[in-house]
Design a protein around this ligand. Structure first.
Ligand SMILES: O=C(O)c1cc(=O)[nH]c(=O)n1[C@@H]1O[C@H](COP(=O)(O)O)[C@@H](O)[C@H]1O
Length: 238
């Protein structure tokens, strides 16, 4: 049977350290992996990462680096010192991703720590086919996500962030060991918000997602702990 807690990543998206701490404390028995994203990291200068590590939680540092190869590589090198479990870059050019994969390995060896899993964001789950047309891309979100996942794999990074709508095709194209992380997860009754490619927790597991990221359906629920427990159950019953 699947262990739901090993699949669920909760996104702590708030600009306030005390609010983040309150959520983490409320969820600590039901959640093992927490995502610290741009809003929380910039607002608290990384304090939450330290707090989660003290609590023995796995940290997913989601700063989505996207720049020229040297800048991406240098940012990954600096972030490795946070000793996190997983981190994001964007799927950009092959060389940028290759250098990130290489420096992560070298730096983790030098510091004698476990190398974080490096995943590349393929096509944001807030984007639709029309949004891609608007920015001059004549592919569907699925076609582009698969193309980018293949390039990410070739570059040597460990996996990708994608919608669970296309994760089955990505697993087919890149293999079962290539890590897949799926945000845009919405239990049946949850508000969709700004997400456009949404999938339920059960469907995401059936489609082959290794991990799923859930933010507002848990953090903005009146009972975040119960919401997390329900999602873990849904994963385990999928
Ligand atoms: O990299 C991510 O985590 C990410 C990629 C993506 O394509 N879509 C996406 O929503 N995310 C993140 O996943 C979380 C989703 O939050 P909710 O929409 O509140 O569940 C947010 O922290 C986003 O920054």
């Amino acid at each position: 049977m699947i262990n739901g807690k090993e699949k669920l990543i909760v996104a702590i998206d708030t600009d306030d350290f005390d609010k983040a701490k309150e959520l983490i404390d409320q969820l600590e028995d039901s959640v093992d992996i927490f995502k610290v994203g741009l809003e929380q990291y910039v607002a608290t200068k990384g304090r939450t990462v330290e707090y989660l590590r003290e609590k023995g939680k796995k940290v997913f540092l989601d700063l989505k680096f996207h720049d020229i190869p040297n800048t991406m590589k240098s940012a990954v090198k600096a972030a490795i010192k946070d000793n996190v479990w997983m981190m994001t870059i964007h799927v950009s050019d092959f060389e940028g991703m290759r250098q990130c994969a290489e420096i992560a390995k070298q730096e983790a060896e030098r510091l004698n720590i476990e190398k974080p899993i490096i995943v590349g964001v393929t096509v944001l789950t807030s984007l639709s086919n029309e949004d891609l047309q608007d920015i001059g891309c004549n592919m569907t979100t699925e076609e582009l996500a698969i193309k980018r996942a293949k390039l990410a794999k070739k570059s040597g990074i460990d996996g990708v962030v994608c919608s669970a709508k296309e994760v089955d095709k990505i697993v087919e194209a890149c293999g079962k060991d290539f890590v897949t992380v799926c945000p845009g997860i919405r239990p049946q009754s949850a508000a969709v918000g700004d997400q456009k490619r949404v999938v339920t927790p059960a469907q995401a597991i059936q489609n082959g997602a290794h991990y799923m990221v859930v933010g507002r359906p848990i953090t903005q629920d009146e009972n975040p702990k119960q919401s997390a427990i329900d999602i873990v159950k849904e994963i385990e019953n999928a």
